[in-house]
Design a protein. Structure first.
Length: 502
């Protein structure tokens, strides 16, 4: 029997409802395979084994925003649950968990948060008393959820401030903090000048599709020119992923080998060797491999994922023993795992890579969101902080190699999707996206990330609105004029540099 929910809006039960980006969730908020459907006035989520599960979906919580939220884990039963109640229940549970993890219950300046938490709890308690009147319970829960989301963002900001000050006092920030990912196919002098003059380092993807469009045919000119230009500026460079098993990065001719792991492994091995030998003098940090755990392009077993990760990292070290290496965790919230039974949850893959004796130096994370694409629906600041905390126990530093949200609330014909991505369908952070809100989000998320002692650096995902991955995602427009996000990032960079000089 699946877990069943009644869905309410403004005190009225919905007879029609379209669950957006919905999937089943298991223990530790890990997405799992299962069916989600709305029929006969009920939203159902479940599996054939009838284990306790939750539901995660895009949910409009009112003025505080619309986010991908999840319910608590629930036992299947005859009587339907109220979705509104269960969404509020989990948020309040996670707030309590994080207040304990962050030691805020005994923190001197946290009293005001405790008072707000009690108010939200009291509202939720009133909702539980009214479960025999589900419409009223839903309204009370909606208010409790809205207050919970607002409170969790306040808690995140407070905890961020505390940890940032600790890192500042300990002088534990690295020298090169603020970077930007660039598009190697953009050969524009102004583009390069802005990058070299206003960032600490560059992230240069090396898409296999661009470098080897046909088997045995290598076209490295676009990457060569970037490596040469950045080398002249003595700008540190993170290169890669060298091998990214994503259908958008792989050359078409590779797919004839999708069921031949031995050949895929040999081709990847040779490709990595070639790149490291060619760019060994230009690259500071090698992002070796990405998208293995998603199993989107090729279907690998878990053992093959670990073997390929180990082999390619070792190959970089063989060619260049002093090389520093990263392993990318793509789609770190893990939605893909609910769709592909052969995939591996991102944290499980990260844990196994960390424990498998692989000689790598850190994880690369990608945090792009705000568009209706798998893995990119909106999360609130609390959820982002919650996610990053999961990497604290893995014993490796984290490098955020791409962080981005849209700079507009409508489709963008100039982005790589050619206008197919509509930010309005992916949730919202407080209000519809604009350039100022993009800058505000950037500042908030950068501070959250850099408050974590294991996060070394962070790079914005698009320098300019040229081939940008998200609608209006660049820090410059298509005429290379700075947007508010560019100005905000320069202010943060100056602030952190001043701290390092003291």
């Amino acid at each position: 029997m699946p877990v069943r929910f009644e869905v309410y809006r403004e005190g009225r039960r919905l007879e029609q409802f379209e669950p957006v980006a919905a999937y089943v969730v298991g223990p530790e908020s890990v997405p799992i395979t299962g069916e989600v459907a709305f029929a006969d006035g009920l939203l159902t989520a479940g599996r054939s084994d009838e284990i306790p599960v939750g539901l995660s979906l895009l949910w409009d919580a009112g003025p505080v925003g619309a986010y991908h939220l999840e319910t608590a884990r629930l036992q299947p039963r005859v009587r339907p649950y109220v979705l509104n109640v269960e969404l509020a229940r989990l948020r309040l549970m996670k707030i309590m968990q994080k207040m304990e993890d962050w030691n805020l219950f005994d923190y001197p300046r946290a009293d005001r948060f405790l008072a707000k938490f009690k108010e939200a709890q009291d509202l939720f308690s009133d909702a539980l008393v009214k479960l025999d009147e589900p419409a009223i319970a839903a309204q009370l829960s909606d208010e409790a959820l809205a207050r919970g989301i607002a409170l969790s963002d306040e808690l995140t900001a407070f905890h961020t401030e505390v940890l940032i000050n600790r890192r500042r006092q300990a002088n534990s920030f690295v020298k090169h903090i603020f970077g930007c990912r660039v598009d190697c196919t953009v050969q524009n002098q102004k583009y390069r000048e802005v990058l070299a003059g206003h960032f600490d380092y560059a992230v240069l993807p090396m898409p296999w599709k661009v470098l080897q469009p046909q088997e045995g045919v290598f076209q490295t000119e676009v990457v060569d020119s970037w490596a040469e230009a950045l080398g002249k500026k003595r700008m540190p460079l993170i290169a890669g992923p060298l091998v990214n098993l994503n259908e958008n990065d792989l050359p078409d001719w590779m797919f004839i080998w999708e069921n031949d792991f031995d050949t895929v492994r040999e081709l990847a091995y040779e490709h990595v060797q070639r790149l490291v030998q060619r760019y060994r003098k230009a690259v500071s940090l090698w992002n070796v491999v990405g998208s293995l755990c998603t199993n989107r392009a090729f279907t690998l077993s878990f053992e093959q994922m670990i073997e390929l990760t180990r082999l390619l990292v070792a190959q970089v070290k063989n060619v260049l023993p002093s090389a520093r290496t990263l392993v990318t965790i793509s789609q770190p919230f893990g939605e893909y795992h609910a769709r592909a039974a052969t995939s591996v949850a991102p944290l499980l893959y990260a844990e196994m890579v960390a424990q498998a004796g692989i000689n790598f130096d850190g994880f690369a994370l990608e945090l792009e969101m705000g568009v209706p694409r798998q893995g990119m629906f909106m999360r609130d600041l609390f959820q982002i902080s919650f996610l990053l905390d999961k990497f604290s126990a893995l014993g490796r530093p984290v490098f955020i190699t791409s962080c981005a949200v849209p700079g507009r609330s409508s489709p963008d014909p100039g982005d790589i999707s050619e206008g197919q991505l509509d930010p309005a369908q992916a949730g919202r952070w407080q209000r519809p996206w604009d350039e100022q809100l993009q800058a505000d989000w950037m500042e908030a998320v950068y501070h959250i990330a850099l408050s974590k002692p294991f996060v070394e650096s962070i790079a914005w995902g698009n320098l300019a609105d040229i081939n940008q991955t998200l609608p209006g995602g660049g820090l410059l427009n298509d005429m290379f004029q700075p947007k508010p996000g560019f100005e905000r990032l320069q202010q943060m960079r100056e602030k952190f540099q001043s701290w390092q000089k003291k």
